[in-house]
Design a protein around this ligand. Structure first.
Ligand code: C5P
Length: 242
């Protein structure tokens, strides 16, 4: 049974990534590649992982002027990622430019347009950090504001922390994807994640996809860890709610 989970491959080593990808392939919906792997292993490493046949969530959190982000999307679209992230705080024009460029590049190549997900407020920023960068709204309020901005710009979904799911779902309605990291199976070590939820809690709250890294990748048997996460969601999956 496949769970609506992207397994985060947080490594710069192609062989490690491939080993995990091969083990978890039957149980997850996709693989998340971030800056560490993409900057280290490059497009060649990306292709080696993508050749495993699962959708790729390319989490590069693009944030620059619209023209530059549009160019980045034109460069990334030939890799055919399923999802790419941009920072909502880059603004409406930047998000719209990313979407347009991805659409144009995909049409030209005859491939599916990567879905664009907006990152709202980084969960590493506490209240003092937000004040220090001149952002006086409370984190959830700011995340909601940015989620609305991303939705209005036509983006396909939002990345948010497990405890913002209900607020963001209420703000953007039933359509958009809500992709959620900070997930820990019951009893798993939290590591550096603080405000965690279990897979079933996050899906029940309104998430459409979960990002799970270390509970799978650091397990003695990553395939077995992914299988047991899928099993924990089996009732929701069977009911068509996951
Ligand atoms: O190992 P763990 O399950 O904590 O991995 C979560 C993944 O989600 C990591 O790749 C991390 O960078 C990413 N992420 C996160 N919190 C965010 C955004 C992304 O943990 N707010």
């Amino acid at each position: 049974m496949t769970a609506p989970v992207f397994c985060a491959l947080d490594t710069d080593d192609i062989q490690t990534a491939l080993r995990v990808a091969e083990n978890v392939r039957p149980y997850v919906a996709g693989l998340k590649i971030g800056m560490e792997f993409f900057y280290g292993a490059g497009p060649e490493g990306y292709r080696a992982v993508a050749d495993q046949g699962l959708p790729i969530f390319l989490d590069l959190k693009l944030h620059d002027i619209p023209n530059t982000v549009a160019g980045a999307m034109r460069s990334l679209t030939p890799l055919q990622p399923g999802y790419v992230t941009v920072h909502a705080s880059g603004g409406s024009a930047m998000m719209a430019a990313a979407l347009d460029a991805a659409g144009d590049a995909a049409a030209r190549l005859g491939v599916a347009r990567p879905k664009l997900l907006a990152v709202t407020v980084l969960t590493s920023l506490g209240p003092d950090d937000l004040t220090a960068i001149g952002q006086h709204a409370e984190a959830t309020e700011q995340a909601e504001r940015l989620a609305r901005l991303a939705h209005d710009a036509g983006l396909d979904g939002i990345v948010c922390s497990p405890w913002e799911i209900e607020t963001i779902r209420a703000a953007v309605g039933p359509g958009p994807e809500i992709v959620v990291p900070g997930i820990r199976p019951a009893g798993a070590p939290a590591g550096d994640q603080v405000r965690i939820r279990t897979p079933i809690e996050a899906m029940t709250a309104g998430a459409t996809r979960l990002v799970i890294g270390r509970p799978i990748t650091a397990a003695a048997d990553p395939g077995d860890a992914a299988r047991s996460i899928a099993a924990s969601l089996s009732t929701l999956i069977a009911e068509g709610n996951a």
